[in-house]
Ligand binder design. Structure first.
Ligand code: MN
Length: 430
């Protein structure tokens, strides 16, 4: 497996002349995430965020006056699919060039004409999502939700063997900040279901995995090469209507309970930026099976996991009206994922299924073993049995209209500059 090596772009002491790059924000010069942005009359195009600004990649590369840069500039039009398809090599070269320019005060004049204040940019969905698959790799989530619905067998017997997933709906993947309309559906009732608005609207904190080159139909990606097909990571909210889900999910899995909206953060944080923040795969217990050979790679087991801090914030309409800031209702770590990103990619393609540039994988809800580590309200409020108390005296078992959910992910490790994935937020509207 070829996870990117550490190099000068990870130097914690490196500073940048870019506005806001040396604050405590998520985008110091050691991060350099991609995004798709637009300004004024200029349409969506590729950018790289640093501090409070976005580098207009295509405009800068076009001005560099070399045939290679002109070809790269062509990939920067529109969503990031074409750029991510180019794979790790140009991505790493671009990172080192931008890092050198952004940390050299003498190079300021060269790059400054192509910087756009982030406050003036509109952020779009990073890629045109052709396909979206949502996994179920958070084992504490699977166990806890299983216990709520199937007390005698909380974890399905296949869980430790096979990465479980359902096929999500690409057409309703939206960028962070997009309002989420409360869905209507069949709600269990007596004597029979009725059609109405969900009363059990929930969020799910997941990581987004953006696919880079991908594979031809019929040719699986071996586990040893799978990391090369991950172009970057983001934050994903798999909004879920639990009452609709409980009624419809057997035998074919979730459908309308989740296809009404999936939010993703606007920034694609690269494997290069996350190189210092990798972790070993989750250790397995003595009774757990080892991964089958097609999912087993020593390097992936040693360093293929991700060590990110995941924090969930909630605010009600009343809290905002009273000037009360949003409250953190959960905190956990992505180390709780049972499968690594490379294992998800290898498994997904193991039958010959094609992954294409810009395809989106969700990891599944990430929860920890403690009560305040739930990746969903279903877990945090124990399916309504223990509603969460808000500072205004309001309580929440599930989301109400006007509620805003904000998911934040960040990476910290002694000896390295902290970086963030940004945030993924959405407001529930009736
Ligand atoms: Mn999910």
């Amino acid at each position: 497996m070829s996870l990117p090596p550490l190099d000068e772009t990870h130097d914690r002491h490196a500073t940048s002349w870019a506005p806001g790059a040396d604050g405590s924000g998520p985008f110091p010069v050691q991060n350099l995430p991609f995004c798709c942005f637009s300004t004024g009359d200029l349409g969506p195009r590729a950018g790289v965020a640093v501090g409070d600004v976005i580098v207009d990649l295509g405009a800068w590369l076009a001005a560099c006056d070399s045939p290679q840069d002109a070809a790269l500039a062509d990939l920067c039009e529109g969503p990031l699919n074409a750029l991510l398809a180019a794979g790790a090599e140009p991505r790493r070269a671009l990172r080192r060039r931008l890092f050198a320019l952004l940390t050299d005060p003498g190079a300021r004049g060269e790059l400054e004409p192509f910087l756009v204040p982030a406050a003036e940019a509109e952020l779009h969905l990073p890629c045109e999502v052709g396909d979206y698959t949502d996994f179920y790799a958070g084992i504490h989530h699977a166990r806890r939700v299983g216990r709520l619905f199937r007390p005698d067998s909380p974890l399905p017997p296949n869980y430790p063997w096979v990465p479980l997933a359902y096929h999500g709906r690409a057409s309703t993947v939206v960028v962070s900040g997009t309002p989420v309309t409360r869905p209507w559906g069949q709600i269990p009732d007596t004597p029979g279901p009725r059609f109405g608005p969900t009363a059990r609207l929930d969020f799910e904190f997941e990581l987004a995995i953006w696919i880079g080159p991908g594979n031809p139909h019929g040719r699986p990606i071996p586990i040893a090469e799978a990391a090369d097909h991950v172009a970057g990571f983001g934050i994903l909210n798999d909004w879920s209507a639990r009452d609709i889900q409980a009624w419809e999910y057997q035998p074919l899995g979730p459908f309308l309970a989740k296809s009404f909206a999936t939010s993703v953060s606007a920034f694609v944080v690269t494997p290069e930026a996350l190189a210092p923040f990798r972790a070993a795969a989750l250790p397995r217990g003595p009774d757990d099976p080892l991964p089958l050979p097609y999912l087993a790679d020593p390097a992936d087991q040693t360093a293929g996991g991700l060590d990110l801090v995941l924090e969930t914030y909630l605010s009600s309409r009343r809290m905002r009206a009273e000037g009360v800031p949003d409250v953190r209702i959960a905190r956990t770590t992505s180390r709780h994922l049972w499968w690594t990103p490379a294992q998800l990619v290898a498994h997904h393609t193991s039958n010959g299924c094609q992954l294409r540039p810009g395809d989106l994988l969700g990891t599944g809800t990430i929860s920890g073993p403690e009560p305040d580590e739930g990746g969903s309200l279903l877990e945090l409020a124990e399916a309504g049995a223990r509603p969460i108390a808000l500072p205004t005296g309001e309580t929440r078992a599930f989301l109400e209209d006007g509620d805003r959910v904000r998911l934040v992910a960040s990476a910290q490790r002694p000896g390295f500059r902290s970086i963030g994935l940004g945030e993924c937020w959405g407001e529930v509207v009736g």
